[in-house]
Design a protein around this ligand. Structure first.
Ligand code: FCB
Length: 467
């Protein structure tokens, strides 16, 4: 059977500035927290950094041509804040803005729709030096930065995403410490979550003020699909706790204008949430024109069985510090089934579940899958061809789940593959290849894998054929 997606369904790929650009010190760019973190010994696998990455800063014209050859209709990229505003404050650097203008113009000339993410984890180091996301001022600075980028690119970019996966910024960055800035605290992640929410709301206001009416403003979340190990009350409570800290800490204020009362109770020993000021929640509940969902794999939880701290093996890196303040005793288990190179179980039912959940929770808000994909240990064969049948299977199964969600009533408008090209996978450095295009890091040669040709065919026809 062939699955046909609705006409106009947007097919694209996604990437992030620090993972692909390189040129870390060029044209006035200053270090972000990821530069500092990756240059700190022991923080990334093999000490890998994004200094060069896949050099898209210099190779974007070739990369856009490749996207166009493959039939991509959209490209989701992110702006490096410290390239545009090196101190995170004050006037913008024109050369930084010019780079993004050139990238956007190249995309538009190729008939590829740009989808711009303002923040994909690379906070200017200067703003971390004054406290980072746990501080309210960072949200205010973000709004100023959003306005600068909107003024510069608002005439040519229609799809705007404020933040990528604020859960990772807050809880991996300030809780487990496996992401930059690598802080391992309990209060800081909760303060960071709120100030990221506030940054979204203030940023959305700044975008609305600067952008033409046709522009769409969205946020990309990575909601967890949390399943209980058993139906015992203590495991259902573990599920509820993680759902609060992974999902409802964002969807509560964004969609309903309130933090969930169970979250506030679960974290009462850490904070009274008095950092939430009058009026913040109304700002955060700014109307969304679209909601981005990033999905890779589900989580399986239970009440802790021992006294040891439970780590979250979510593939972003294990830590002895928990990213779950107030719910440290929840245990995470490997879900059954086939796994990708990240150790993530392949389970497309989770994608369907999320799309249906947000269809209910965000009625009237169009959904986009802003990331989905898989890492495998791909290598060119003797003829230089890269066969990646597992990735094709992964994508086919997840697209089938997305198609089923549309049939079940989800207003899903597009799909962005993570990622078009292999790139810097955060704490895993270059060891994990998520690309549909193989990158030889020594020469920067790009070799489309079998999945790139397969996905290109999907993008051109809007059809997913059975295996
Ligand atoms: C997501 C990130 C993205 C990439 C994928 C594999 O959490 O947003 O940058 O690392 O995971």
């Amino acid at each position: 059977m062939t699955l046909t997606f609705p006409p106009g369904f947007l097919w694209g790929s996604a990437a992030a500035s620090y993972q692909v650009e390189g040129a870390a010190q060029e044209d006035g760019r200053t270090p972000s927290i990821w530069d500092t973190f990756s240059h700190t010994p022991g923080k990334t696998l093999g000490g890998d950094t994004g200094d060069i990455a896949i050099d898209q800063y210099h190779r974007f014209r070739d990369d856009v041509r490749l996207m166009s050859d493959l039939g991509m209709a959209a490209y989701r990229f992110s702006v490096s804040w410290s390239r545009v505003q090196p101190t995170g404050r004050g006037p913008a650097v024109q050369r930084g803005l010019d780079f993004y203008r050139s990238l956007v113009d190249e995309l538009l000339a190729a008939g590829i729709q740009p989808a711009l993410t303002l923040y994909h984890w690379d906070l200017p180091q200067e703003l971390e030096n004054t406290g980072g996301w746990p501080e309210r001022e960072t949200a205010e600075r973000f709004a100023e930065y959003a306005g600068i980028v909107a003024e510069a690119l608002g005439d040519r970019v229609e799809f705007w995403i404020t933040l990528n996966e604020p859960w990772c910024s807050a809880f991996l960055g300030y809780g487990s410490g496996v992401h930059a800035p690598g802080r391992t605290e309990r209060l800081a992640p909760l303060r960071a979550a709120h100030h990221l929410n506030l940054a979204h709301g203030l940023g959305a206001q700044a975008l609305r003020a600067a952008l033409p009416a046709r522009a769409q403003i969205a946020i990309s979340l990575n909601p967890a699909v949390v399943r209980p190990l058993t139906q015992q009350p203590q495991d259902l409570d573990a599920q509820r706790r993680i759902d609060a800290l992974a999902n409802r800490v964002f969807s509560g204020p964004l969609l309903r204008g309130a933090y969930p009362s169970d979250l506030i109770a679960d974290t009462a020993a850490i904070t009274d949430w008095s950092f939430v000021r009058d009026g913040d929640l109304a700002v955060i509940k700014h109307p969304l024109d679209a909601l981005g969902i990033n999905y890779y794999t589900p989580s399986l939880v239970s009440a802790a069985t021992s006294d040891g701290p439970a780590t979250r093996n979510d593939g972003h890196g294990a830590s002895e510090h928990s990213p779950w303040p107030g719910s440290e005793r929840v245990a995470f288990h490997q879900t059954p089934g086939e796994r990708t190179e990240m150790g993530w179980t392949v389970d497309p039912t989770g994608l369907h579940e999320l799309l249906m959940r947000y269809t209910r929770e965000a009625p009237g808000v169009p959904l986009y899958i802003t990331e989905n994909g898989a890492a495998y240990d791909d290598k060119p064969d003797a003829d230089g061809v890269v066969h990646d049948p597992e990735r094709i299977d992964y994508l086919r199964a997840h697209l089938a789940a997305a198609h089923r969600a549309i049939a079940d009533g989800a207003d899903l408008r597009g799909y962005f593959l993570w990622s078009l090209m292999d790139n810097f996978e955060w704490a895993y450095g270059y060891s994990k290849r998520f690309g549909a295009v193989y990158v030889d890091y020594a020469t920067q040669t790009r070799v489309p894998k079998a999945s790139a040709h397969w996905y290109g065919q999907v993008a051109r026809t809007g059809e997913v054929a059975d295996a």
